[in-house]
Design a protein around this ligand. Structure first.
Ligand code: PLP
Length: 425
């Protein structure tokens, strides 16, 4: 892989910050070292002294005074070492990336912690995209991605998808305007990456099948583009034996994978992690050095303590409990849809995540119905148009989340919605 061809001039120009390097050195230094170097504030002046946080199994996570001082201090930009090593092991166990023992220059697997996966994705996009670059994705797409991509001035090429995710033949067709060797000629502007949410896509709830992933990966090899695998709903797959990821197929070191703790541990902690080839992860970390400096030390320590306390098995058992919850929520929402919306709307039952994507029959554009009529009846949902680059285009689709409402509320919401649809036809 020639990673330099994927970097913007800004990203390529990033240099390590001397102060950040000193912070790293200090974190590894023995207690005998006298530091007059960094501008870290003196934690003895901080007003917070200790904390005990109770986990749902009743076990406490203790922050004694020493630990608290560390939790409240600056830390390494890539993430605190004990969390990084735990996460690396997890990635190896779950995905067994072929690149794990590659030399760095050939894309050895590396990982960094970010302030939520969104922060990591945003940095990845800024690392790669120059104005006018072509990027591939499948609309409808997570609006956070659109809002991050569009100001960068890239040319978004939509690849058709269905209930099983991106359609490889459609991708083939899109790519057929180039020759594989065009990737060596910058003037040909071959797509830099394909972005996709492979499990429980937001907003459609669709998941990409393994065979399609394999076909897409082969096309990425042929036309030499990166794959950005944004997978915050990976842990919320409703069927056992989780789908193999792009990372698990990555023999070239061309996959950048975004994981999130938001859906399984908590969203307000703002912790996610980006896994990918070391030459690219290093660029993300250099960006972090000059932006957030590092994700919150306190939340990293909290999560790291919890994960070490649980072990991988405990973490996966927790994930299973969370998934059970969302599976039941999904069943309740689908039951409510079957009961009230049959004949009025169409949908596919999601196999992961927290969203149902519905199409109202016979209404060309549901924006007004969702944004005005439904709100008047006290139901909040998102109209489909917000998940397209062209938000002005009419859409008969809307997105419903089954994360928070109770089964009774879901039933009531769809009963009201059915009434509104009937009145609007
Ligand atoms: C597809 C997708 N990517 C990324 C994110 C951002 O997640 P995080 O909270 O980890 O930043 C979300 C959040 O909803 C999402 O749905």
């Amino acid at each position: 892989m020639n990673y330099s061809r994927f970097l913007t001039a800004t990203s390529a120009a990033r240099k390590p910050s001397a102060i950040r390097i000193m912070t790293e050195t200090l974190s590894r230094a023995p207690k005998s070292v006298i530091s007059l170097a960094t501008g870290s504030p003196n934690p003895n002046t901080f007003p917070f002294k200790t904390a005990v946080i109770t986990v749902d199994n009743g076990e406490p996570i203790q922050f004694n005074e020493e630990m608290m001082k560390r939790a409240l201090q600056y830390s390494q930009s890539a993430g605190i070492p004990e969390l990084l090593s735990w996460l690396k092991q997890l990635q190896v166990k779950l995905h067994n990336p072929p690149t794990i023992n590659y030399p760095t220059s050939q894309g050895k697997m590396d990982l960094c912690v970010t302030s939520g996966s969104q922060d990591g994705l945003c940095k990845v996009f800024e690392m790669i995209i120059n104005p006018g670059d072509n990027v591939l994705l499948n609309e409808p797409v997570y609006s956070g991605t659109l809002q991050a991509l569009m100001p960068l001035g890239c040319n978004i090429i939509n690849v058709s998808s269905d209930e099983y995710g991106i359609i490889p033949d459609s991708l083939k067709e899109v790519l057929s305007k180039w020759k594989p060797e065009d990737s060596k000629n910058p003037k040909r502007n071959t797509p830099k990456f394909l972005y996709t949410v492979p499990n429980g896509n937001n907003p459609t709830g669709n998941s990409l099948t393994t065979n399609r992933k394999k076909e897409i990966y082969e096309l990425a090899r042929k036309y030499d583009f990166l794959i950005i695998e944004d997978d915050p709903y990976y842990f919320l797959q409703f069927n056992k034996s989780w789908a193999p990821t792009f990372l698990s197929m990555d023999v070239d070191g061309r996959v950048i994978r975004a994981d999130s703790f938001s859906k399984v541990l908590s969203s307000g902690l703002r912790l996610g992690f980006i896994t990918g080839p070391k030459p690219l992860i290093e660029r993300v970390v250099l960006h972090t050095q000059v932006s957030t400096m590092h994700p919150s030390t306190f939340t990293q320590l909290l999560v790291s303590q919890l994960l070490h306390q649980w072990g991988e098995e405990g973490f996966l058992a927790h994930v299973e409990r969370v998934t059970d919850f969302y599976r039941k929520q999904k069943d309740a929402l689908v039951a409510a849809a079957d009961k009230w919306l049959s004949g009025l709307a169409e949908w596919h039952v999601p196999t992961a995540g927290m969203f149902l994507w519905l199409k109202i029959k016979g209404i060309y554009d549901v924006k007004q119905l969702i944004e005005e009529k439904a709100i008047k009846k006290e139901i909040l949902m998102l109209p489909g148009n917000v998940f397209y680059a062209d938000t002005s285009a009419p859409s008969p689709y809307f997105r419903v989340s089954f994360s928070s409402a109770s089964p009774e509320q879901m039933d009531m919401a769809f009963q009201r919605l059915a009434q509104i649809i009937k009145e609007s036809l």
